[in-house]
Write a protein that binds this ligand. Structure first.
Ligand SMILES: NC(=O)c1ccc[n+]([C@@H]2O[C@H](COP(=O)([O-])OP(=O)(O)OC[C@H]3O[C@@H](n4cnc5c(N)ncnc54)[C@H](OP(=O)(O)O)[C@@H]3O)[C@@H](O)[C@H]2O)c1
Length: 429
């Protein structure tokens, strides 16, 4: 098993560092290097093109004004299609930060290589099919080799998953249900996401039917239900909580949160919190002005079969109404963008039996952070890796394939995120 004391050359290897997201993960690792074990972090970049990786290092050195990055950080050439190259990469590191997506196409060989070569694997996948299949097929192998494979450690789905754990910890009593609302605020420059996420999303939508079959294979028993049922929401609904229209969130958050709640129930006998995750559709009258509104139209089109067409792969900007572009957001757009995720929880006050009567206590919490895709995601991913390196004693007792909530429930990840601009707070009890 890989441990922090092992003699591997690197604590962290960023695989896919030449990708749009990868380049920002590189910058975040460089900024956070002092937080590594014993105050330093040995790290390397990996990917299939040495030249592109050198370009990323040069850019990071310039942006961060750290010229030493050019000479101090090593490059490893590895390609998903060459198993030997992945094995050699994994043998050199304690944690691989995998930024190569869509994960449904490229993720499995990396998970396999990490397990076989004793490196922990942290990814930013937002594809429930991939995440759940990895758990089904690799959990026992990862357990046997003591390797932690922790998926969805980006904006999808650390805020949603850790936010529910935070809300539960702050609640004075037994929290039974949570509904959360995401709002993305864009500045005058507007905002968008990179084509890489679009590709991952369209294939996921096109294949959403396979998820039901996959879930049957787990053979899970239903989780116990305590308190009032969570409101079933339609495709577009008016929420009294936020006094606005909202739509269901189409990403991996609901799947990830459910997996964490199941793990905490089955492994630690904690009463599961039921949840609904929604996207807040604000400013309906200023049509097409906000990213959220455009996302909604995209989601509707995807549901109606757009995802099955080949053209949207070639022209993401056109087919997504500018929500996703080949160039991705500019740094200026990112600076003007932020998000808030608000949790409305209910349950039973301290001393009351949750199996009796209706919930009688409420809480509202919030996570506020910078631009989700390429600022908050690198922060969440890097802090997840630093937590794996620094707090192995608080991770689940054995390795395995875990959601963030399952892996990090007993760690200080939330404090770490708070220190890095992903701020968790209680709005009201
Ligand atoms: N969780 C979140 O909130 C969140 C946020 C942002 C992104 N993401 C996810 O992150 C993933 C990457 O997105 P992106 O926008 O950064 O995509 P991208 O720019 O297309 O980057 C893809 C990366 O994969 C590499 N790659 C492709 N095929 C490879 C192979 N055979 N061997 C080795 N490397 C290979 C590419 O290398 P080359 O440079 O050599 O082509 C590139 O570095 C997507 O799945 C996206 O959904 C998630």
């Amino acid at each position: 098993m890989a441990t922090v004391t092992s003699t591997r050359p690197y604590h962290i290897i960023i695989f896919g560092a030449s990708g749009f997201t990868g380049q920002f993960v590189v910058e975040e690792v460089a900024r956070s290097a002092f937080e590594g074990p014993s105050g330093s972090l040995k790290w390397a970049l990996a990917g299939r093109s040495r030249q592109r990786l050198e370009g990323v290092l040069n850019q990071a050195a310039e942006t961060l004004r750290k010229p030493e990055l050019r000479t101090e950080v090593e490059i490893i050439v590895a390609d998903v299609s060459q198993a030997d190259s992945l094995a050699i990469m994994c043998q050199q590191g304690l944690v691989v930060l995998n930024c190569v997506g869509p994960y449904r196409f490229y993720g499995e060989p990396v998970v396999k290589a990490c397990i076989e070569n004793g490196a922990h694997c942290v990814d930013i996948c937002g594809e429930p099919q991939f995440l759940e299949r990895m758990q089904l097929e690799y959990h026992s192998r990862a357990m046997d080799s003591g390797v932690y494979v922790i998926g969805s450690c980006g904006f999808d789905s650390i805020p949603a998953d850790m936010g529910i754990l935070y809300t539960k910890n702050q609640f004075k009593g037994t929290l039974t249900a949570v509904e959360s609302f995401l709002t993305i605020h864009t500045g005058p420059e507007g905002g968008c996401a990179h084509d890489g996420t679009w590709q991952s999303a369209i294939y996921g939508f096109a294949d959403s039917g396979s998820l039901r079959k996959l879930r049957k294979k787990f053979g899970h028993q239903p989780l116990p239900v305590v308190g009032a049922t969570v409101k079933k929401r339609g495709s577009l609904f008016f929420s009294k909580e936020i006094d606005q229209y909202a739509i269901p969130f189409m990403g991996s958050d609901p799947s990830v949160v459910r997996r964490s709640q199941r793990f905490l129930y089955e492994g630690h006998q904690e009463l599961p919190v039921r949840s609904n995750t929604t996207t807040h559709l604000y400013c309906l009258t200023g049509c097409l002005r906000s990213v959220t509104q455009r996302c909604y139209i995209v989601v509707l089109l995807m549901r109606r079969g757009l995802a099955r067409q080949e053209n949207n792969q070639l022209f993401p900007e056109f087919f997504s109404f500018g929500v996703f572009t080949k160039a991705g957001p500019s740094r200026k757009q990112m600076e003007g963008t932020s998000f808030s995720l608000t949790f409305f929880g209910e349950g039973y006050a301290e001393g009351l039996d949750p199996s009796q009567g209706r919930p009688n206590a409420r809480i509202c919490t919030q996570i506020h952070g910078a631009e989700p895709g390429y600022v908050a995601t690198p922060v969440a991913m890097v802090q997840a890796a630093i937590t794996v390196l620094n707090e192995p004693q608080f991770l689940p007792i054995k390795g395995g394939v875990y959601s963030p909530g399952a892996a990090f429930a007993r760690t200080t990840l939330i404090d770490r995120l708070n220190r890095h601009g992903l701020v968790f707070s209680v709005k009201r009890f």
